[in-house]
Design a protein around this ligand. Structure first.
Ligand code: AHG
Ligand code: MN
Ligand code: MN
Ligand code: MN
Length: 335
């Protein structure tokens, strides 16, 4: 039973971020502080989840409906508030925008100095909360551009290339944090006894092709024909495996490591699909592209989409280069 810490070089997340920051000049300290705060939020959420079934008032619904029209879970609210409270104290973030808040949350005391905005999905996979299955949090950091004096956050309506950092926290059998600041993708595993995220894999590259396809086939008859044709192709071709867990962070983590494609196409009722651009699709697109994969709307790159509103949805096809291109070829054939 040899402990890893003394056996091999044990790189903590904070040290890793600092080592990545050579090209960031004056901003390096800020980014390192921001990543440390995100890690803290992840630890707080992971801690609560690990005992959720033992405590009163943690699981279940609040009775509210969010701006997305979804029933809100208590864990959605808790996790949303965790990010707010850890960033209130950072001094660096003036504004937070999340799935669970109709308008961005301003931290006025940080605003003259706070140069960054955090965009986040506090709990990804909410339907998994009450059954002890995989969940995630998704985050992206953008520079505040302009004063936003009227509080309309117009400057957030820009493409994914404006993101300076993005990633996710995966609450699985262990808690992992996967991030990129534009210099590769790196994963960390939380050692609860140390309270530290320890480097698991540096410069992760996604395979160019993988056997996994991940999509909610319950929507089959609601998609456009091209997606049905792709799924028919997969069904009759040897070597494909379906995996769909209800939390895209988990599904995309599997695909990052093993290759394959995750899809959430538009449906008849929701032509733009379900997933939101600014705090779900764009951060994951940034990360997957950094790992050598691709993210598409079906007609263009996710990273190029300029949203018209904060909670804008977009169809998403993300994963291994070849698999994303194959789905696109079915779309082109139908066009
Ligand atoms: P969220 O829990 O943040 O609202 O996101 C859930 C998303 C995504 O994680 C998951 O892949 C997808 O919604 C599941 O949706 P369906 O139940 O429609 O398949
Ligand atoms: Mn939701
Ligand atoms: Mn989500
Ligand atoms: Mn969510």
């Amino acid at each position: 039973d040899r402990e890893y810490a003394l056996e091999r070089d044990c790189t903590t997340l904070s040290r890793h971020v600092l080592e990545q920051l050579h090209s960031f000049g004056a901003e390096a300290q800020d980014l390192s502080a921001l990543m440390n705060r995100i890690a803290l939020a992840g630890k707080l959420i992971a801690r609560r989840l690990s005992r959720a079934g033992l405590m009163a008032g943690v699981l279940g619904f609040t009775g509210e409906t969010n701006v997305q029209g979804e029933s809100v879970k208590k864990m959605d609210v808790y996790s949303n508030d965790v990010f707010i409270s850890v960033f209130k104290q950072s001094g660096l973030v003036c504004r937070l925008a999340s799935e669970e808040m109709e308008k961005p949350y301003y931290i006025p005391e940080n605003c003259p100095i706070g140069r960054y905005t955090l965009l986040y999905d506090p709990i990804d996979g909410s339907s998994n909360t009450d059954i002890n299955l995989t969940l995630g949090s998704i985050f992206a950091i953008r520079r505040q551009q302009g004063d936003d004096v009227d509080g309309s956050a117009q400057d957030l309506l820009q493409d994914g290339h404006q993101q300076i950092a993005a990633g996710y926290i995966l609450y699985g059998p262990s808690t992992m944090l996967v991030y990129s600041i534009g210099n590769g993708v790196h994963s960390f595993t939380l050692d609860p006894s140390l309270g530290e995220f320890i480097l698991t894999e540096e410069n992760i590259t996604i395979p160019n092709h993988g056997a996994i396809y991940s999509v909610n086939e319950g929507n089959f008859w609601q998609w456009e024909e091209s997606f049905r044709e792709y799924i028919r192709y997969v069904h009759r071709t040897e070597g494909y495996t379906a995996r769909y867990g209800g939390a895209m962070v988990g599904d995309i983590h599997r695909i990052l490591v093993q290759g394959g494609v995750f899809l959430y196409p538009g449906t008849e009722q929701k032509p733009e699909g379900k997933l939101r651009l600014l705090y779900e699709s764009a951060p994951l697109a940034f990360l997957i592209e950094q790992a050598g994969g691709r993210a598409s709307t079906g007609s263009g790159e996710i990273m190029d989409v300029v949203p018209e509103k904060l909670h804008q949805r977009t169809p998403l096809i993300i994963g291994s280069k070849e698999d994303v291109a194959l789905v696109e070829s079915f779309i082109e054939q139908q066009a």
